[in-house]
Write a protein that binds this ligand. Sequence first.
Ligand SMILES: NC(=O)c1ccc[n+]([C@@H]2O[C@H](COP(=O)([O-])OP(=O)(O)OC[C@H]3O[C@@H](n4cnc5c(N)ncnc54)[C@H](OP(=O)(O)O)[C@@H]3O)[C@@H](O)[C@H]2O)c1
Length: 391
Amino acid sequence: MAKVLIIGAGGVGGVVTHKCAQVPEVFSEIILASRTLEKCEKIKAQLPRPIETARVDADRPAEVAALMKRFRPDLLINVALPYQDLSLMDACLEAGVDYLDTANYEPPDEAKFSYTWQWAYRDRFRAKGLMALLGSGFDPGVTNVFCAYAQKHYFDEIHAVDIMDCNAGSHGHPFATNFNPEINIREITQPGRYWEGGRWIETGPLEVHRSFDFPQVGPREMYLLYHEEMESLVNNIKGLKRIRFWMTFGESYLTHLRVLENVGLTRIDPVLYEGHPVVPLKFLKSLLPDPASLAENYTGKTNIGCLFEGVKDGKARRIYIYNVCDHAACYREVKAQAISYTTGVPAMIGGLLMVTGAWRGQGVFNLEELDPDPFMERLNRHGLPWVIEER
Ligand SMILES: NC(=O)c1ccc[n+]([C@@H]2O[C@H](COP(=O)([O-])OP(=O)(O)OC[C@H]3O[C@@H](n4cnc5c(N)ncnc54)[C@H](OP(=O)(O)O)[C@@H]3O)[C@@H](O)[C@H]2O)c1
């Protein structure tokens, strides 16, 4: 029986709260806190069991620590924004509470995400006997667990990994992002980067692309991006010679993005508008649909997985491990679209494994450092069944 504090009442926060509420034998008490209390109340009203809600500013560690000292949670699940990761880790250290998130820290004034800031907390978490689990969403998150599972059961050495994220759904809007628009657009407008032969190789933004035939979805054009899980996987996967990350985009999405970039609306530095400093990307975010609001009419499926090449017992082997998720089915279950769902379910599972003691440790961990088996078993049980294809 554990108490969990969920911070962030957006698309992902809604799913985490629903999924924790579905496991009352583990999460006996839930508190959902966010900047806008009404969003917490809206999620609370959808649930079959009572939870507490609170207003909190996650940028203020003392405010969060005070909330935790009152509520005394066993775990804080951070599904606010990556900007809040460090302040929430500070709050956990102050209140003596375990920590979990789904996206690594990035400074608000620079589009540069990296684990280095959070890995620097290892000694402090260890000294307090606390555990922090980083990146327990789908990618990062499940993709890291797929790598650990492939390494444990299918390969002696993994030589190449292609992580592929395909959303073949349709939400009916001319342009919208599936998770927080500011974070999403910062990520995909950066130069691409992949790792080969022991070093990082940079490409132009969305410059490298190819088609892949995704099971249950069909062929889609996918684009090479830099993505955060590669930063830890290059350290933790044996014999790795190459790792790349790919994401699918439609032509219309890319055309909109190109225009927005060309007119300067994806800039993150403040510009003066009628004497007031305005960050164009934040302004654009205020015009775009809230990702949670896309859920109701979303149709189609996602297919996210990892294609592995390597050797087992001296023979070459190639496998694809993936999950297919249906937007409309997610809405029926938890009033969310599949991107929020595929992030929120693994956040709940990571939290469940921590509070039940199945995953324990002192310090700061990425998911591939822990035993993948209980996580894989829980994915099947909690709505994200996976498939392994030998290729
Ligand atoms: N690993 C993965 O697979 C994966 C995939 C998708 C998303 N993610 C991550 O999941 C997280 C949530 O995404 P989302 O789509 O749910 O975003 P979202 O809909 O924008 O929700 C973010 C929530 O955090 C709240 N928030 C922001 N700043 C806050 C602060 N200072 N104090 C308290 N609450 C604050 C927001 O409050 P307001 O409502 O007041 O703005 C909002 O409710 C992001 O970090 C994203 O990068 C991970």
